[in-house]
Each structure stands twice: as structure tokens, then as C-alpha cells.
Design a protein around this ligand. Structure first.
Ligand code: ATP
Length: 362
């Protein structure tokens, strides 16, 4: 499935290229809805940023403003230091791949990739060479003469990616490019997109509502809510140091455990947990603890009761009814799934990883 690395025009010219992109104070309203509200985002040259957030938070509007498909009511967009806020889409030199397959069905893969080059008045020979290079990059050299309608969804999205990259865009925009694909193809193509993006070095904005996808492909992930960025950080940082409740919940499964905070620590299930910056620092709190940051042990004298056990392949998950009336989801090695059964008594404790605490009243 993985294509052999090829030398692209960009790398032949001396390594990956990429331009800086700056969206500053963007606003876009539809009647009473603020799709973007003072939205600011900077992408470094060659960086892949994923915008993540629930439906309606403004991800697509941000991407469409950057593409020039939507006019912001306020703010400024700069690409490579130039103001493009009012530059029409066809003058922005961007490559785009959308959720819906957007190939011309009556054209072959090669013709689809050549299409954009034709508009740029390249000679037939140049077009054929470039299309062949791009189809090799996405691992479809042997399918070049297939018609789009004869290809699978994953193959069509590869062609769409090849077409977007063929014009050597300054910026690549990907709007939920994988969401119409089944789970296995989605993961394969997601990894391919990242490999290709690293190889060509094009600054890329990737919009998705799938947190795993965002964490897997991006240099940095921006989590949006109500038209604003709540946090933007490298995947690991976002996961381990969410700045608030919303981000913690949106990025991965989170337990909400009752605790008692005392400045920089909280007592949870009888054990001390260091608190992340931004935590509520005193009194009764809810501590957000990842399932992998809890351990569970079978214990006939334990205070808590297992309610369900599931085997998830790489690991397992034990759901526990806590003595205080709460619930905890605990990640366990798949080899130990058999140690627990619904109704059995257990002890549960935090591993001591730093966690975010929010006020129990909130
Ligand atoms: P999804 O994941 O569902 O695609 P999103 O985060 O991409 O959501 P947007 O499509 O950017 O969200 O929409 C943000 C808000 O703006 C939503 O409330 C949406 O209903 C509204 N909106 C977007 N486009 C229009 C439009 N053309 N007319 C009216 N409202 C719009």
C-alpha cells in the first residue's frame, strides 16, 4: 500500500518548501451565528495543523475563509507575508481536497490529475510527467488509466490529493478528506497523507471532527469551540495538558472523579494527584483523569464494583461503579481482561499523572 518515496519537484529544488500562513482576528457571522469569532491561527512554513472540534464550531468556515471561498467580516489573512484577504480563490494558488469525492467520473485518474495543470497552460509533455510523478507519490501508478468511477473511495481520494498537489500549491487544504471512507482505509490514507505532506513540505490545514485522526497526523492540533480556538498545541501536549474541561473532554475519554484540591494537588480515590496549571486549586473538585492513568486490582475486600469489561484488541477497558456513586473507566492490558468480571470487587487508584481539576460546582 505504501508508495516508494519519489523525488518531487519541490525536493529536487532543494528540500521541502512551505510558506507561513496567518489568520488574524477573523470574524464571520451568519445572522446571529458567529461561525468565527476573533479567530487567530498561525501555521509555520511546512507545518500541518489540524483543526478539531464539534459540529458547527466553525472549522469549515475557517478553512473556507483561508481558501477564499468565504469572505470574513473582520480580520486579515496573510500567506507568505502577503495580504490575501480579498484575493479571489483562483488567484490563491491553493490545493484542496474535500470530503465528497470531487473527481470527474468520466476522466481517468491521470486525466483528473492533469486537469489542473491544463488550466495552468502547461504543455502536454509537462502535464504527463507531472501527473505520473504525483500518481506515483500517492501509490497509484498502476491505476493511472482507470476511470474515477471504477475506483474505490480511498483510491479516489488519493487521486484528489495527487490533483491538489500537482499544481505545487502554496497551501494544502483538507476538509474532512477521510470521513466518507471505512475505518481501515481511513487509517491507511491518513498515514499516507502525513507521509506525503512531510515529503512535499506544503503548509497544510486539515479539518476534522475525529480526535484520533487529528492527533495522528498533525504537528499541532487546534481545538475549536463556538468560532474560537480553545487551545492549539502539539498532540502530546494537548492530550496530557489540556487547558480546560472542554479540550480534555474533546480529546480522548476522560473520567470525572470527585476530589479534594489543596493548591497544587488533589486527593482522588484516597491518593494524591498533581494538578495541571489552570486547575481549580481548593475545596471539592472534579478531577479529569484518563483511563490509562488509573489502575484497577481484583480485591474481594475492595470498595468498588466492576460493571463491565471489554476487550478492545490492543488493550481492554474495565468500567467500575465507585463507592462514592461515581464511575471510573480504567484501561488495562488486554492480557488482564480475564481478571475482572461484572459484579467483582476491586480497588482503583490513580497512577499519579498530572490532571486537570475543575470546580465541583461548575
Ligand atoms: P461540521 O463539522 O458539522 O462541518 P464545522 O465546525 O465545520 O461543522 P461550520 O460549517 O464552519 O462548522 O459552521 C459554523 C456555524 O456557521 C454553524 O452554526 C453553521 O450552521 C453556520 N453556517 C455555516 N455556513 C453557513 C451558511 N452558509 N449560512 C448560514 N449558516 C452557516
Amino acid at each position: 500500500m505504501t508508495a516508494a518515496p519519489v523525488t518531487t519537484d519541490q525536493s529536487a529544488r532543494g528540500g521541502p518548501r512551505g510558506v507561513a500562513v496567518e489568520l488574524t482576528g477573523l470574524g464571520r457571522s451568519y445572522g446571529p451565528i458567529h461561525a468565527l469569532d476573533d479567530f487567530t491561527l498561525r501555521l509555520a512554513p511546512g507545518e500541518l495543523v489540524a483543526l478539531l472540534g464539534p459540529s458547527g464550531c466553525g472549522k469549515t468556515t475557517a478553512l473556507r475563509c483561508l481558501a477564499g471561498l468565504e469572505d470574513p467580516d473582520a480580520g486579515r489573512i496573510e500567506v507568505d507575508g502577503k495580504d490575501v484577504t480579498r484575493v479571489p480563490t483562483n488567484k490563491r494558488d491553493f490545493g484542496m481536497v474535500f470530503q465528497a469525492y470531487s473527481l470527474f467520473p468520466h476522466m481517468t485518474a491521470r486525466q483528473n490529475v492533469e486537469f489542473g495543470l491544463q488550466l495552468r497552460r502547461q504543455s502536454g509533455q509537462q502535464r504527463r510527467a507531472r501527473a505520473a510523478e504525483m500518481l506515483e507519490l500517492v501509490g497509484l501508478s498502476t491505476q493511472a488509466d482507470r476511470f474515477a468511477h471504477q475506483m474505490s473511495g480511498g483510491q479516489q481520494q488519493r487521486v484528489a490529493l495527487a490533483r491538489a498537489l500537482a499544481i505545487e500549491p502554496q497551501v494544502l487544504l483538507l476538509d474532512e478528506p477521510l470521513s466518507a471512507l471505512d475505518a481501515k482505509v481511513r487509517v491507511q490514507l491518513r498515514d499516507e497523507i502525513r507521509r506525503i505532506q512531510l515529503e512535499v513540505g506544503t503548509t497544510t490545514l486539515f479539518v476534522t471532527h475525529d480526535q484520533e485522526e487529528a492527533l495522528a497526523v498533525a504537528d499541532r492540533v487546534g481545538v475549536m469551540r463556538d468560532g474560537r480556538l480553545e487551545q492549539i498545541a502539539a498532540p502530546e501536549e494537548l492530550y496530557s495538558r489540556p487547558v480546560n474541561d472542554f479540550v480534555a473532554d474533546f480529546v480522548g475519554v476522560t473520567n470525572r472523579l470527585a476530589g479534594q484540591a489543596d493548591s497544587t494537588t488533589a486527593t482522588v480515590l484516597g491518593h494524591l494527584v498533581p494538578l495541571l496549571d489552570g486547575s481549580a486549586g481548593s475545596g471539592p473538585v472534579v478531577v479529569l483523569v484518563r483511563p490509562e492513568h488509573l489502575t484497577v486490582h481484583a480485591d474481594p475486600g475492595g470498595a468498588h464494583t466492576v460493571t463491565s469489561v471489554s476487550f478492545l484488541g490492543a488493550h481492554g477497558r474495565v468500567v467500575v461503579a465507585l463507592a462514592d456513586g461515581g464511575q471510573a473507566i480504567v484501561q488495562v492490558p488486554s492480557s488482564s481482561v480475564g481478571d475482572y468480571s461484572p459484579g467483582s470487587r476491586v480497588t482503583v487508584r490513580p497512577t499519579g499523572e498530572p490532571a486537570l481539576a475543575v470546580s465541583a460546582q461548575g
